[in-house]
Ligand binder design. Structure first.
Ligand code: ATP
Ligand code: MG
Length: 403
């Protein structure tokens, strides 16, 4: 059999997945186990919209992966569909993810498009876009529920003007009404909000608790039933995905990612079942992605410090702050940038320690006093490969690798 035949054969077998889409992060299943209370509360609060009355504004928070986005979209969709079936047409809604739609201009432009008002990509003032949106909405004679998901991204970058404007919108509307749902997973953000905006946005507040591992098992089982072929999952797989995710504060996204990637690994190697072994490999793969992201976003000097530690710990078991500083100084000179003080480098080492990239601990060397022992907590090859992608460091790293 030719290699092509073999590949095609393998692709046709499709042992593992029945419908992989079901495990995608933005897929919203027909039932959301263990969120019955949240669904009920949200639906009750929003219900007046069906009759054309303005629902209270709602502030939703909870840790990442606790179902905030899924529940909100689910409830709005269901309400909208039900109202339509009954011939009621009193409300509309807009879902905006503020991480993607990340400027006030784009938020208002998107809202405007929902009320059939076209605005140019640029060229008019943000406040003018807002006015046109309000005019368009007022003509529709409806309640509009506006969801601002991951709202902390917008406010941190551009302040709370969008929230301020939207919480006051009703004062400027005659025939229509606006009701807001703000969602965040950043509890600190809640504290930093202007008290007036907070009290107006938080007319109702919903807190989503984290899932425990048994709840995660139910969530996974229900998704797995549709996503995988029968018998494609070995015993213990669901339980392990749930347990690993529960350890990280009960994040359902993490649990689903583990299961999906484990399935992909199993399929790639032509296994007939997803096994516990695949789940562990999926965990390593996710961890690797996480570390890669983390390394990519480090500032330049932190990257140089990390590079120093990496090179030295590839030669010796550990390094020290002093040695690291000496090596770092050389590297900085090599790429032609001003070095930082030893004090700052010591801080950067502590930051890398807190991120779990290196491990730094102070030990006593008897009459020689104290010294800090530094080791690398992640794979040195991974560090070199990520740092070589930074154009400012590429040449340096390649030189180091070739030695
Ligand atoms: N009760 C549930 N039943 C089934 N799937 C769920 C449930 N809760 C969450 N999920 C799934 O887990 C993933 C994460 O959920 P969701 O996106 O709603 O989290 P979130 O609270 O919005 O997190 P973040 O704060 O990071 O945005 C999604 O794929 C979602 O479909
Ligand atoms: Mg979300």
């Amino acid at each position: 059999m030719s290699i092509i035949d073999e590949l095609i054969d393998k692709a046709m077998r499709r042992h593992i997945f029945k419908n992989r889409e079901i495990l995608r992060p933005d897929y919203i299943p027909d039932t959301l186990p263990h969120r019955e209370n949240e669904i009920k509360r949200l639906a009750e609060i929003l219900l007046p919209a069906i009759r054309g009355e303005r629902p209270s504004n709602i502030f939703i928070y909870g840790l990442t992966g606790t179902g905030k986005t899924a529940v909100t979209k689910y409830v709005l969709r269901k309400l909208y569909e039900k109202a339509r079936i009954k011939g009621l047409d009193n409300f509309t809604y807009a879902y905006i993810n503020c991480r993607h739609t990340d400027t006030p201009y784009r938020v208002f432009a998107e809202l405007a498009s929902k009320v059939n008002v076209r605005v140019p990509f640029t060229g008019i003032a943000t406040s003018e876009v807002f006015k046109r949106f309000l005019r368009g909405l007022d003509k529709m004679n409806k309640v509009m529920i506006i969801v601002l998901d991951e709202i902390d991204f917008l406010v941190r970058k551009h302040g709370d003007d969008v929230l301020y404007k939207l919480t006051r919108a009703n004062e400027m509307l005659e025939n229509s009404k606006v009701s807001l749902i703000g969602i965040t997973n950043d509890i600190n953000f809640v504290e930093t909000l202007d008290p007036r905006i907070r009290s107006s946005l938080g007319e109702e507040e919903l807190v989503f608790p984290p899932y425990d591992s048994l709840q995660l098992e139910d969530i996974l089982r229900q998704r797995a039933k549709e996503a995988f072929n029968p018998d494609a999952i070995d015993s213990g797989v669901i339980e392990l995905c749930a347990a690993l995710a529960a350890r990280e504060h009960g994040d359902a996204r993490r649990a689903l990612d583990l299961l999906r990637i484990a399935g992909e690994i199993a399929e790639r190697e032509g296994a007939s079942k997803v096994t516990v072994e695949h789940v562990y490999r999926a965990r390593d793969e996710l961890e690797k992605n996480r570390v890669e992201e983390l390394l990519k976003t480090l500032p330049l000097h932190a990257k140089l410090v990390l590079l120093s530690i990496t090179v030295q710990t590839m030669k010796n078991k550990y390094t020290t702050t002093g040695e690291t500083y000496t090596y770092y100084t050389e590297l900085a000179k090599n790429i032609g940038i001003e070095k930082l003080t030893q004090r700052r480098i010591s801080d950067l080492i502590n930051e890398l320690d807190m991120l779990g990239i290196v491990n730094a601990k102070v030990i006593s060397r008897g009459r020689y006093g104290k010294t800090k022992i530094i080791t690398l907590s992640i794979n040195p090859k991974l560090v070199l490969s990520v740092l070589s992608e930074d154009p400012r460091l590429a040449e340096l790293v390649n030189h180091i690798r070739s030695r």
